[in-house]
Design a protein around this ligand. Structure first.
Ligand SMILES: Cc1cc2nc3c(=O)[nH]c(=O)nc-3n(C[C@H](O)[C@H](O)[C@H](O)COP(=O)(O)OP(=O)(O)OC[C@H]3O[C@@H](n4cnc5c(N)ncnc54)[C@H](O)[C@@H]3O)c2cc1C
Length: 392
C-alpha cells in the first residue's frame, strides 16, 4: 500500500490548487492524487469558451499536480476509512494517508434516456466528443438555459451549427439575472441564430431513427441529431457519505475546510462552507472558488492556520457579452440596475433589507474587489446611492 502524507481524491482544478497550497507550506511531504479521469488536472472553463474560439488545447493543462504529486489516473476511490486512515480504489488498491482531501466536485444531472445521442458536458473528453460531432452539419438541442447550456449553445453556433435551446424558464440565466435581462438574452440569442423555446421544459426524449426527438411540456416535438444536457450538477458526496461525514448540500466543512472527521478536508464544488461575508452557508460551483478554496485546503492540510473567508466571484461569456459577479445573485431579491448601455454594459445590484448581497458586473471589468467591499458595508443603500458606485 503506498502511503502519503497527503492524499487527494479528485483530479480537477480544486485538486491541483490543493497541491499548490501544500507545496507553499511543505516542500517535501509526499502527495498522492487519485482521479477518475484519464487526464491530469486541467482548466474546465476553456472547454465551453476559449477552445471554440481557437485557443490552444496546450493552455488548459495545470502544472502543480504533475510536478509535485504522484498521479493515479482512471481510478475511482470507492471507500475511505477515516480511522484506519486509508482509501481504496475501484481496482482494490489501497492508499494510506495522514491528511485526506475530498475534491470530488460534481457530476452532471442526467436525462431520462441512455443514448449515444445525449451528451453531458463536464470533461475534456466530453469536449473532444462534442467538438468532433460539431464538425458535421448536425442539428443540436441544448436542454437548459443555465451557465453551461448558454455557453454550449453559443459555442455550437460559433462552430456554425444549427442549435435549438429548450428552456423551462421565461429567459436565459433566469435563476441569476433579473427578468428583463434574462428576456433580453433570449432575443440576443435569437439574433445570433439560435432557435429559442422558452417557457417550454423537456417532457421526454425519444430516439427515432437517426434523430432524437425532444418532447416539450407544451406538446412540441423537436427532432435533432444530438441533445446536449445542461441541467446542472449534483455534488459528488457518495464517498463522504460512505465515510460517515456530515453532509448537507455538499460536504460540510468548518472555516479551516475540515470535515466532521479528523484529518479529512473537503474543497471546491463538493464543499459546503460558511461565508462570513454573506452570513450563511454556501456551496459554489465556480472556478475562483475551486482555485482559492483548493489552495487554502492544501495550506490548511500542511498546517496553515488562516480561516477561509474568501467570497468567490464567477464569470461567463455569452457570444460577445461577458460578466463577472460576486455574492448572492438571486433575482427574487430587490435588484437595482445601473446601465451605461441597457443590457450591454452596466451593473446590477442585488439587495436585501437595504444591504447589498450581490453585484453583477455586466461587460464591466476590474470591479470585483470593489463589489466585495460594497457587500461588506452595512448600508442601508437606496437605489440613488448605488448609481455609479461601481462604474462601468
Ligand atoms: C465546461 C465548463 C465551463 C465552466 N466555465 C466556468 C466559468 O466560465 N466560470 C466559472 O467561474 N466557473 C466555470 N466552470 C465551473 C468550474 O470549472 C468548476 O467550479 C470547477 O472545475 C470545480 O472544480 P472541482 O475540482 O471542485 O470539481 P470537478 O471539476 O468536478 O472535479 C472533480 C474531479 O474529481 C474526480 N472524482 C470524483 N469522484 C472521484 C472519486 N471517488 N475518485 C477519484 N476521482 C473522483 C472527477 O473525475 C473530477 O476529475 C465551468 C465548468 C465547466 C464544466
Amino acid at each position: 500500500m503506498p502511503d502519503f502524507r497527503y492524499l487527494i481524491v479528485g483530479g480537477g482544478m480544486t485538486a491541483d490548487a490543493a497541491v499548490q497550497g501544500i507545496r507553499e507550506r511543505d516542500p517535501s511531504g509526499t502527495i498522492g492524487l487519485v482521479s477518475a479521469e484519464r487526464h491530469p488536472p486541467y482548466n474546465r472553463p476553456p472547454l465551453s469558451k476559449g477552445l471554440w474560439k481557437g485557443d490552444p488545447v496546450d493552455g488548459i493543462w495545470r502544472p502543480a499536480a504533475p510536478a509535485s504529486a504522484e498521479l493515479f489516473l482512471e481510478r475511482r476511490i470507492v471507500a475511505v476509512d477515516p480511522h484506519g486512515k486509508h482509501a481504496t480504489d475501484d481496482r482494490g488498491a489501497r492508499y494510506g494517508f495522514d491528511r485526506l482531501l475530498l475534491a470530488t466536485g460534481g457530476t452532471p444531472r442526467r436525462l431520462p434516456l441512455q443514448s449515444d445521442q445525449v451528451i453531458y458536458f463536464r470533461t475534456y473528453d466530453d469536449y473532444r466528443r462534442l467538438r468532433a460531432i460539431a464538425e458535421q452539419p448536425v442539428r443540436f438541442a441544448v436542454i437548459g438555459g443555465g451557465f453551461i447550456g448558454s455557453e454550449i449553445a453559443a459555442a455550437l453556433r460559433l462552430a456554425g451549427r444549427d442549435v435549438v435551446m429548450v428552456v423551462p424558464e421565461q429567459g436565459l440565466g433566469a435563476r441569476v439575472f433579473p427578468a428583463d435581462l434574462s428576456a433580453f438574452l433570449v432575443d440576443y440569442y435569437r439574433e445570433k441564430g439560435v432557435e429559442m423555446h422558452v417557457g417550454e421544459g423537456m417532457a421526454g426524449l425519444e430516439p427515432r431513427g437517426s434523430t432524437v426527438v425532444v418532447k416539450t411540456t407544451t406538446g412540441g416535438e423537436i427532432p435533432v441529431e444530438i441533445a446536449v444536457a445542461g441541467l446542472g450538477i449534483v455534488p459528488d458526496t457518495d464517498l463522504a457519505e460512505q465515510a460517515g461525514l456530515r453532509i448537507d448540500n455538499g460536504v460540510l466543512v468548518d472555516d479551516h475546510l475540515r470535515t466532521s472527521a479528523p484529518d479529512i478536508y473537503a474543497a471546491g464544488d463538493v464543499a459546503n462552507f460558511h461565508s462570513p461575508a454573506l452570513g450563511g452557508r454556501l456551496r459554489v460551483e465556480h472556478e475562483d472558488n475551486a482555485n482559492t478554496m483548493g489552495r487554502a485546503a492544501g495550506r490548511a492540510m500542511a498546517g496553515a492556520d488562516d480561516p477561509y473567508r474568501h467570497l468567490p466571484f464567477f464569470y461567463s461569456d455569452l457570444f460577445d457579452l461577458g460578466y463577472e459577479a460576486v455574492g448572492e445573485l438571486d433575482p427574487r431579491l430587490e435588484t437595482v440596475a445601473d446601465w451605461k448601455v441597457p443590457f450591454r454594459e452596466g451593473v446590477v445590484y442585488y439587495l436585501k433589507d437595504g444591504r447589498v448581497r450581490g453585484a453583477l458586473l455586466w461587460n464591466t471589468w476590474g470591479q470585483v474587489d470593489a463589489a466585495r467591499a460594497l457587500i461588506a458595508e452595512p448600508g442601508p443603500f437606496t437605489p440613488a446611492m448605488l448609481r455609479g458606485r461601481l462604474p462601468a
